[in-house]
Design a protein around this ligand. Sequence first.
Ligand code: HAM
Length: 423
Amino acid sequence: MRDLLPVDAKRMRYVEQVSREVSKLYGYDEIITPVLESYDLLAAKTSNEIRERMYTFNDLGDRKVALRPEFTASVARLVATKLRNEPKPMRLFSVGSLYRYDEPQYGRFREFWQANYELFGSARPEADAEILILTNNLLKKLGLQNFCFKIGHTGILREILTQEGMDDEKQNSVRQLLDKKSWADALTVASEANVSQECLATLESLFETSGEDAFKVLESVKETVQDYESALAAVENLWKILELIKDSGEQLEVLVEAGFARGLEYYTGMIFEAYIPGLDIALGGGGRYDKLIELFGGEPIPAVGVAQGIDRIVLALTKQEVTPKTAKDRSVVVISVKDESMAKALELSAMLRNRGLPVEVAVMGRSISRALADADRRGVAYAVIVGPKELEEEKVVLREMKKSTQRTVKISNLTEEILANSA
Ligand code: HAM
């Protein structure tokens, strides 16, 4: 877990702010759920791997609780209970910190942040397409370049293994191995579960099938799985999603991987992760999970969603040297030359803040030159120097820090001069 110092916090908040803007552009309403949840809820609804990595303890009421390792289980709990009767579709957005006892390494933290989007109520391909397009637009809006979506479909493998009679638990261990790219071990587990030779050959060929020409890859996957009817339907579903995106004109760079699996157990359909070149960690990931809500009892509700990893997006922005697009800097420091002009300096700072300008008052009693040097060091855009001589004429000195130029301006014009200058 890390302390986020001002420069880190600023970057994190920038990604959060853009994520929130995107949630509004796509009609996702924000919900805020607790950081602490019932252990049983989280354990039952995520996956073995996450279960083992949760921060778990008994509270004073002797209830077993855990820090949330992700948002989806909590959002699903709400959709199955308090939001059960809300009209569909329902689009929900959450942002905040999550906790996993992961091995610390580059881009992997024990406390990290996600911007999470979930779309409930539609099993149709346009819902999957929306989640992919939203992610594409978010990463683009943030200024990232050359990012790519690794895409697969849980149904392909699931239907083959189910048709071969493999139970859910064994299927989950195959998927966990695939998530870790341990293809040979995944084949061993399948072989020990007594699947047919034909199945082993199909799996082997699937694990090798990937490429950037999505429809060519899917054509070849169709051929490989032709004897598994339900798996074929999964391929058709992925085809339809990608076709919709292509026909909508959205530019989406994809890498289709037939043997792609994600660590969470609840996925039932399309799954994906986003990457930039040279950074081998997913910036975000998600997919379709049509069976999770019914695990809470009640009606099944189809769902698809994505979580963007805010910490990792910050790393990606740094790697690609993207500086956040901010409005021209309008920060101001107000420096009083003498003690007797201090009250006026406070009055003028209030006047500037009232018009939305960020203002600091020089509070260290430093000389003008030292106060200016300090403002310069911190990148403040303007200094307003308040001295008794200028005040006699209802004026102050306005200094543009970057240009090192200054002029005397009337107090009545001061705000407008700064605003016009930084518009
Ligand atoms: P996830 O793949 O576990 O999916 O996490 C999503 C993203 O969170 C990852 O791609 C990564 O960027 C970030 N992340 C995960 N663990 C860490 C970590 N230890 N340190 C830094 N960043 C991390 C989920 O959480 C699903 N709930 C996503 C989802 C939503 N699926 C459907 N709806």
